[in-house]
Design a protein around this ligand. Structure first.
Ligand SMILES: Nc1ncnc2c1ncn2[C@@H]1O[C@H](COP(=O)(O)OP(=O)(O)OP(=O)(O)O)[C@@H](O)[C@H]1O
Ligand SMILES: [Mg+2]
Length: 256
C-alpha cells in the first residue's frame, strides 16, 4: 500500500536579506510512516529547511504544500494567524536545546504542547482539560518519565529533557514531527532512547524529519536520507545507498 503523502516541497528557495541563497530550488516529498534524516555540513541549510516547513522562517520562493493529495491541500508557507497555528499543531517541532520551561514541572511542560488550544490564561493557572492530562500521563509513561512528572524541568538530564520535549510535541497528535538535531548534546545511551522514540513515532504513521550529524545514526535508525550541500539536494534515497563518494559530495567544502 502506498503511504499517504503529507508534504510536497517544490522548488523551494530561501535567501536571508541580500545574502547568498541558502536553499536553492529544493524539491522533496514526505510520506506518513517515514523517518527521514536530513544531513549536510554546518551551514548547508538543514535548520532553515525545518523552520520553513514549520512556518517559523519565511520562504523566498517555491511552495510547501501540506497534505497535497487531500481534498484541501494547503500552501503551508502562506498560512497566517489561526491557520498557521493549526498547521503548527499538525507539524510539531523539537529542538536540540529542548526549549522547556525550567521552573515548571515536567507534566506542565508536556501540557504546554496544547497551549494553542488551552489558551494562555488557563495554562497559567494550570487548568488543563482532563483528557489532556490523561494524554500527558500516557505520553510520560511511554517516554519512561512518569516518575519525574512532578519534578521541575530544570532538574532533568539532557536525555530526559529531550524526551519531555518529544512528549510535548506529541500532545497535539501531529501528522509530521520535525526534529532539529535532537541528539546532538546526548550521550550514546540517551541518543539511542531518543532515536528509538522517533522510530516508534514514525511507526504510528507519523512522518518524522530529523537533522542529524552522524551517518551511523542515519544507517541505524532512518528509512530515508536526504543529503544537502549549499542548499541543494545531493542525495535522496535509502541510507544503504549512501556511498563514500556521495558522502564526500555532501560534506565537501563548498569553496573547493
Ligand atoms: N537569520 C539569519 N540571517 C542570515 N543568515 C542566516 C540566518 N540564519 C541562518 N543563516 C545562514 O544560512 C545558512 C544555513 O544555516 P542553517 O542554520 O540552516 O544551517 P544548518 O545546516 O542547520 O547548520 P548547522 O549544522 O550548523 O546547524 C548559514 O550560512 C547561516 O549562516
Ligand atoms: Mg542547524
Amino acid at each position: 500500500m502506498q503511504s499517504e503523502k503529507l508534504l510536497s516541497i517544490v522548488n523551494l528557495d530561501k535567501s536571508y536579506g541580500n545574502h547568498h541563497p541558502v536553499i536553492k530550488k529544493l524539491s522533496m516529498d514526505l510520506y506518513a510512516g517515514e523517518l527521514v534524516a536530513i544531513i549536510g555540513r554546518s551551514g548547508a541549510g538543514k535548520s532553515t529547511l525545518l523552520h520553513m516547513i514549520n512556518g517559523t522562517i519565511s520562504t523566498t520562493g517555491g511552495d510547501i504544500i501540506a497534505f497535497p493529495d487531500s481534498d484541501t491541500p494547503q500552501k503551508a508557507h502562506l498560512l497566517k494567524g489561526k491557520a498557521l497555528r493549526h498547521w503548527r499543531s499538525q507539524c510539531g517541532m523539537i529542538f536540540q536545546d529542548f526549549c522547556l520551561v525550567p521552573r515548571l514541572d515536567v507534566i506542565t511542560n508536556v501540557l504546554l504542547g496544547r497551549l494553542s488550544d488551552t489558551g494562555t490564561l488557563r495554562s497559567l493557572f494550570k487548568f488543563f482539560p482532563k483528557k489532556d492530562v490523561e494524554r500527558a500521563i500516557e505520553l510520560l509513561e511511554w517516554t519512561g518519565l512518569i516518575n519525574q512528572a512532578l519534578q521541575r524541568a530544570e532538574n532533568l538530564s539532557g536525555g530526559q529533557s529531550q524526551r519531555v520535549a518529544i512528549a510535548r510535541a506529541l500532545m497535539q497528535t501531529p501528522r509530521i514531527l520535525l526534529a532539529d538535531e535532537p541528539v546532538a548534546s546526548l550521550d550514546p545511551k540517551n541518543t539511542h532512547r531518543v532515536m528509538e522514540a522517533l522510530q516508534e513515532i514514525s511507526a504510528q504513521n507519523i512522518a518524522v524529519m530529523v537533522n542529524l550529524h552522524s551517518i551511523e545514526q542515519v544507517k541505524q535508525y532512518c528509512s530515508r536520507v536526504v543529503g544537502i550541500a549549499s542548499g541543494e539536494i545531493i542525495y535522496n534515497g535509502s541510507p544503504d545507498g549512501l556511498t563514500e563518494d556521495i558522502q564526500q559530495r555532501i560534506y565537501a567544502n563548498p569553496a573547493s
